[in-house]
Design a protein around this ligand. Structure first.
Ligand SMILES: C[S@@+](CC[C@H](N)C(=O)[O-])C[C@H]1O[C@@H](n2cnc3c(N)ncnc32)[C@H](O)[C@@H]1O
Length: 276
């Protein structure tokens, strides 16, 4: 398992909007009371819990490779019809009951741009999701798409290079894969899916307010979401690199009219069906 950068406390103060800004993808999921749903990269279970509540005669299994998130999910968000498991979703074949063809729906929110980082696992991942579903079942997800948080991506790479990280290593430190809708449609079709929706939406997202609010703000977002970039520099330089990323981002993401800060999220959403 990769190093665990996540904690529910940090997530709630820096990025609580992630499980909240989900009305479109949840509408596409269209949960039915008897649905059996597999949630990939379920985090601390905040959203999974809502899916389980909407499927009282069905069941939900949440998988995530953060031990910290899974333990919060098990403590706070388990219900009679939901369970959570510590699993690396880039290797779904290691979890046979997840890919047993019993699921009505496979869901994922804000996780696949991390899961799909390694190019070699992308096509096997889609093949495993296809295997997981019943005939006629739906794969519904939202993730970062092409251009997502481009300002932060560029600022992080540039700060690493300033800190002496070789350019190729600075590129490689990025933990994300933000594909275009064309790439995604092709990957889904190659795995055997019929693609019903594949769309990219520019959705500027307001960060939590650090002054006068209870959130961790820009710095909290950078420390949480850019943790793998920060890992690429030695311990003694990490704080300075985090500060440089914030310094560069501050004027770009701050709105002059009220001082609020907005990150340029671009969401890639899809609905893909396994043929009946
Ligand atoms: C931004 S959080 C989203 C969590 C949740 N879906 C939500 O909407 O709040 C991204 C999640 O992806 C998970 N993740 C990243 N890589 C993963 C992998 N290879 N396998 C399983 N989960 C992964 C992280 O641990 C984290 O919980």
């Amino acid at each position: 398992m990769a190093k665990d950068h996540w904690s529910s406390a940090a997530y709630n103060s820096a990025a609580n909007f992630v499980p909240q800004l989900t009305s479109k993808v949840v509408a596409y999921l269209d949960v039915q009371p008897t649905d059996h749903i597999l949630d990939l990269g379920c985090g601390d279970g905040t959203l999974t819990y809502q899916l389980a509540a909407a499927a009282p005669q069905g069941r939900v299994l949440g998988l995530d490779n953060s031990a910290s998130f899974i333990s919060t999910a098990q403590e706070k968000h388990t219900t009679p019809n939901s369970t959570y498991r510590h699993v690396d979703c880039s290797k779904l074949s290691s979890c046979p009951d997840a890919i047993d063809g019993s699921w009505d729906k496979v869901f994922s929110n804000a996780a696949m741009h991390w899961i799909l980082r390694d190019p070699s696992i992308r096509h096997p991942f889609f093949a495993d999701v296809h295997k997981a579903l019943k005939p006629g079942g739906k794969f519904v997800f939202e993730q970062g798409g092409a251009g997502n948080v481009a300002e932060a991506h560029a600022a992080a790479i540039s700060a690493l290079i300033h800190a002496g990280v070789p350019v190729a290593e600075a590129y490689e430190a990025s933990p994300w894969f933000f594909p275009s809708p064309d790439w995604m449609r092709g990957a889904l079709e190659k795995a055997g899916f019929e693609v019903e929706v594949c769309e990219l939406e520019y959705r500027p997202t307001k960060l939590t307010a650090e002054s006068g609010g209870s959130g961790a703000g820009l710095e909290g977002w950078v420390r949480l979401m850019c943790a793998q970039f920060l890992d690429a520099v030695e311990d003694g330089k990490r704080d300075a690199v985090a500060r440089e990323i914030c310094t560069v981002l501050e004027p770009v993401v701050t709105r002059g009219e009220d001082g609020s800060r907005w990150m340029g999220y671009c969401r890639l959403r899809a609905v893909a069906r396994k043929k009946a």
